[in-house]
Design a protein around this ligand. Structure first.
Ligand SMILES: C[S@@+](CC[C@H](N)C(=O)[O-])C[C@H]1O[C@@H](n2cnc3c(N)ncnc32)[C@H](O)[C@@H]1O
Length: 414
């Protein structure tokens, strides 16, 4: 494994991640030094971008699925990934994989894990799962079995048990059980890391921060190139661009992660990782980021959010109709995320808005790259320009496209 960071581990320490030996080893080797499967989840369609991010941090991706990637590593790698990844949702550290053809098999296998080595008996656990088999029809029953196995084991070993419930702010255990294949993980993120923690005021229909980062990374924008966001809402796209430009690790804004509640967690290591991440921040390079919205309320939210993210000083905030936004002479990236009409009454108004965006691109943005992020293909057609790329994404359950328009003006291109 190639590592560019200095949290380097000797591959000699790698241990097999299956076999009976594992159960014995898990009791003696803390997760801090034990190389294990780490699964990093993300929104559907984002894996390619996430893979580049993970490789950029010095890790080798060993498996690639529709909405997750796998690497080998340990708890300190999980901490590092939670701190730096922009487009991920969760960082899962494998505890054990096993076969179960019945809820009782699940219970027995989980009871054998020395939970007392990993979880505080006065702590709090939460169990989540993805279960797809005929043994369990309601995932809540599966979660209950996992929880029972853990607390029964803790009582038998320590006479005490952690509390449990749905809140994900302490130790989170995740079960993936398909047919008879079980994978049990610590969700080292706890609450999802797709939220970057700066959005104190959401305004309406905000993009998830990890999705906004993926959109920015899919566009032609690079630090130093002007980024214009004429319908900015709560400012997520420009804020993510600002954080990328200044190399602000998203995890710096957050105070609580799942890994902090494991016994192997070393606070001094986390403090050092954050110090190292802060040293990378560079706000001295000139950036040209502009947000505009017709709603003053949206702009207020965008400013507050940008301030929390530490990028307010890099962004120009404008109030007005998007058609009035001045596009710089030099080639820019112009991204709009208009509403796409979940309510019927909006559609007529939106047809007009999308047509106007097409005119705005043609008349005011020549020489730049234009982008529309939308979940409504019929409305997108009203732009009336030929796309150079259509990049698929999911916004929650809604299939969306990032449409790219190469807006020619002579030879002036990025
Ligand atoms: C879907 S929201 C954008 C959400 C944004 N991407 C975020 O993450 O918060 C669309 C925004 O476009 C703004 N808007 C609608 N019509 C506009 C217009 N004609 N000119 C400028 N802004 C407009 C709305 O006020 C709203 O904030």
């Amino acid at each position: 494994m190639i590592r560019t960071n200095h949290y380097i581990f000797n591959p000699q320490q790698n241990s097999p991640d299956s076999s009976h030996k594992y159960l014995k080893e898990i009791a003696t080797l803390p997760f801090m030094s034990y190389m294990q499967s780490i699964v990093i989840t993300c929104g559907i369609g984002i894996t390619e971008i996430l893979q580049k991010e993970i490789e950029g941090l010095g890790y080798e991706v060993v498996a690639n699925n529709l909405s997750n990637l796998e690497i080998k590593g340990n708890l300190r790698d999980c901490m590092h990934l939670n701190l730096h990844l922009r487009t991920a949702s969760r960082v899962l550290l494998l505890i054990k994989k096993f076969q179960a053809a019945h809820p009782d098999h699940l219970y027995q296998a989980i009871s054998k894990i020395p939970w007392e080595d990993h979880i505080n008996s006065n702590g709090y656990i939460s169990v989540t799962s993805h279960i797809q088999n005929s043994y369990i029809l309601d995932t809540r029953f599966g979660n209950q079995k996992v929880k029972d196995a853990i607390v029964d084991r803790m009582i038998s070993q320590q006479g005490k048990r952690p509390d449990s419930g749905p809140t994900r702010d302490q130790t989170v255990i995740y079960l993936h059980w398909v047919d008879t294949d079980c994978h049990l993980y610590f969700d080292t993120s706890g609450e999802t890391i797709s939220k970057h923690g700066y959005r104190r005021i959401p305004f309406k229909a905000p993009l998830r921060e990890s999705l906004a980062a993926a959109i920015i990374k899919s566009s032609k924008w690079k630090p130093g190139i002007p980024l214009i966001n004429p319908m900015a809402g709560s400012g997520t796209l420009a804020i993510e661009a600002g954080m990328i430009a200044c190399k602000i690790a998203p995890g710096l804004i957050r105070e609580n992660f799942g890994f902090m509640h494991l016994k192997s967690y070393q606070e001094d290591l986390w403090i050092q990782m954050k110090i190292d991440a802060k040293k990378l921040i560079d706000k001295n390079q000139p950036q040209n980021l502009l947000v505009n919205d017709s709603s003053l309320e949206a702009l207020r939210a965008a400013k507050k959010n940008a301030a929390w993210a530490g990028v307010e000083s890099l962004i120009e905030f404008h109030h007005g109709d998007f058609t009035q936004v001045k596009i710089p002479e030099e080639p820019a990236v112009v991204i709009l995320n208009p509403e796409y009409g979940e309510r019927m009454g909006d559609i007529d108004q939106l047809i007009e808005t999308y047509a106007k965006i097409g005119d705005f691109f043609k008349e005011k943005c020549a020489g730049s790259w234009g982008y529309i992020f939308s979940g409504n293909p019929d409305l997108s057609k009203k732009i009336g320009l030929r796309t150079s790329r259509k990049i698929p994404f999911f916004n929650g359950k809604i299939e969306c496209r990032l449409l790219e328009y190469e807006l020619y003006r002579g030879s002036k291109k990025i």
